[in-house]
Design a protein around this ligand. Structure first.
Ligand code: PLP
Length: 403
C-alpha cells in the first residue's frame, strides 16, 4: 500500500472531554531548563541521591534476582507481594503507625498512582473535594482528570485552617463532599506542618460530616527540627494513609502504598486491576531486600543532616538577599519553602529568573483557581548550600529587575 499522508486534523475533536480540564505539570515543563548547566534549579522536588551507596544497592539488586529466582520476574497480585506490604508496615512503625495490618496495605507505583486511583474510585464530575490551598501540584493533576470541584482551604503557620473547612462543611451539609486531601507533615509546597490540635479537630469533623480524610505523608521521616506529631491514621482507622519509599530510599523504585479500610481497598483493587494488573514485582523484591538487609536508617540519617544544612542555607540566604516585604515559611522538615513577594507576578517573573540562571515553581501552579500569583515554591533539597545561596541571590536580582 502507498504511504499515506499524516493528517493532524484527524485527531481534533477525538479526545475525551476530561483532557480539556486535565492540568499540565508546572514542574515537568521546567525540567528541560532545569537541566541546563548554567541554571540552578529550585523547581524540582528531587531527592538528593548522589550519596546513595551504589555498591549496597547493586548487591540488593543482585540478591533480588539470585535469591528470589524467576518469581521476581513474574506477574504478581494486584495489591502487591505480602512480604513487601509487611516492609511497608515496618516502615510505618517509624512514622507513628504501629498497628497496620498488611492486608489493608496496597502497593502502588509511587504515591502518585495512589492519588490517581483514589480520584478514580471517589470522584464523579462536579463532586466537591477539599484540599489545602496551596497544595501538591501532582495531586491537582491526578484529581483534575476526574473533573471535581476543588475547594482549597487557606493555610497559616499551623497548616490547613480547619475552622474555615468547618464553615464550608456547615454550608454544604453532611455527606456532600467526597474527601479532604491533606499533607500534614512539611507540606508540599509550603513546608508547613498541621498542628496536633488541628489534626484532632479534622478527624472530629470527618466524623461529624461523613468526610473521608486522605493523609499523604511522603516527607514525615525528613524532620530536621521539632518533635514528630502523630499521624491521624494512628487514632482513626477510617483515615486513608499514603506512604512511599521515594524520599527515604529512591523515587526510581516507584513503590508507594495506600492503607485503607476494607471497603475502600476492594474498590481500589478493582480500579488497579484495569490500570496495571500489578506493580513491578522485581522492584517490590528490591524494596524488601533494601529495608531488611541494609543499614538504610543510617543512610537516611546522613541524608536528613544534609537536607537540614540546605534548609538552613536557604533560610539564611532569604534573610540576607530577599526584599524586606517578602515573607517565607520556615519548615521543620521536607523539601520546600513558600515565599511571597507582594506586587510581583511570579509567573511573569519566571523568564527573568531563567535569564538570571535560576528556576522555581510559580505559586499559581499549586492552586486550581488562579490564586498564588505572588508566591513561589523554592526547593532546597537538591542543590548544595553554596548553590542555594547563589540561587537566592540571583532570584533577588530577578525580583529587583521585575520591579
Ligand atoms: C505530597 C506528595 N505526594 C505524593 C508524591 C508522589 O510521590 P511518589 O514518588 O511516591 O509517587 C509527592 C512527590 O513529590 C508529593 O510531594
Amino acid at each position: 500500500m502507498e504511504a499515506l499522508t499524516y493528517t493532524p486534523e484527524m485527531w481534533s475533536g477525538m479526545f475525551a472531554d476530561r483532557m480539556s480540564t486535565m492540568r499540565k505539570s508546572a514542574v515537568r515543563d521546567l525540567f528541560e531548563a532545569a537541566a541546563r548547566p548554567d541554571i540552578i534549579s529550585l523547581s524540582g522536588g528531587m531527592p538528593e541521591i548522589s550519596s546513595m551507596p551504589l555498591d549496597v544497592v547493586a548487591r540488593v539488586a543482585s540478591d533480588s534476582v539470585l535469591k528470589e529466582g524467576v518469581a521476581a520476574l513474574q506477574y504478581g497480585t494486584t495489591p502487591g507481594r505480602i512480604e513487601c506490604r509487611r516492609v511497608a508496615c515496618d516502615i510505618m512503625v517509624g512514622d507513628g503507625l504501629s498497628d497496620i495490618d498488611p492486608e489493608n496495605v496496597m502497593l502502588t507505583s509511587g504515591a502518585q498512582q495512589a492519588l490517581d486511583l483514589l480520584g478514580r474510585v471517589f470522584i464523579n464530575p462536579g463532586d466537591v473535594i477539599f484540599c489545602e490551598g496551596p497544595t501538591y501540584l501532582g495531586a491537582l493533576q491526578a484529581f483534575s482528570a476526574y473533573q471535581p470541584e476543588f475547594h482549597c482551604i487557606e493555610m497559616d503557620g499551623d497548616g490547613m485552617r480547619v475552622d474555615l473547612l468547618e464553615e464550608e462543611l456547615r454550608k454544604l451539609g453532611r455527606g456532600k463532599a467526597k474527601f479532604v486531601y491533606c499533607i500534614p507533615n512539611f507540606q508540599n509546597p509550603t513546608g508547613v506542618t498541621l498542628s496536633d490540635e488541628r489534626r484532632h479537630r479534622l478527624v472530629e469533623l470527618s466524623h461529624e460530616y461523613g468526610l473521608p480524610i486522605i493523609e499523604d505523608n511522603p516527607y514525615g521521616r525528613l524532620r530536621y527540627t521539632g518533635d514528630p506529631i502523630a499521624p491521624m491514621r494512628s487514632y482513626d482507622p477510617n483515615v486513608i494513609y499514603l506512604g512511599t519509599v521515594s524520599k527515604i530510599f529512591a523515587p526510581g523504585m516507584r513503590i508507594g502504598w495506600i492503607v485503607m479500610p476494607p471497603e475502600v481497598f476492594a474498590k481500589v483493587n478493582h480500579a488497579k486491576q484495569g490500570g496495571d494488573l500489578c506493580g513491578s514485582t522485581i522492584n517490590q523484591v528490591m524494596v524488601e531486600h533494601y529495608f531488611h538487609d541494609t543499614e538504610w536508617e543510617s543512610v537516611l540519617a546522613t541524608l536528613v543532616k544534609k537536607y537540614a544544612e540546605r534548609r538552613d542555607a536557604m533560610l539564611t540566604a532569604l534573610e540576607d538577599f530577599f526584599p524586606k516585604e517578602a515573607t517565607f515559611t520556615r519548615p521543620d522538615g521536607g523539601f520546600f519553602i513558600w515565599a511571597t513577594i507582594p506586587g510581583i507576578d511570579t509567573k511573569k517573573m519566571l523568564d527573568v529568573a531563567l535569564a538570571h540562571g535560576v528556576t522555581f515553581v510559580p505559586g499559581v501552579g499549586c492552586y486550581p483557581d488562579g490564586r498564588g500569583g505572588e508566591s513561589m515554591r523554592i526547593a532546597f533539597c537538591y542543590e548544595s548550600p553554596e548553590n542555594l545561596r547563589e540561587a537566592i541571590r540571583r532570584l533577588a536580582d530577578a525580583i529587583q529587575e521585575q520591579r
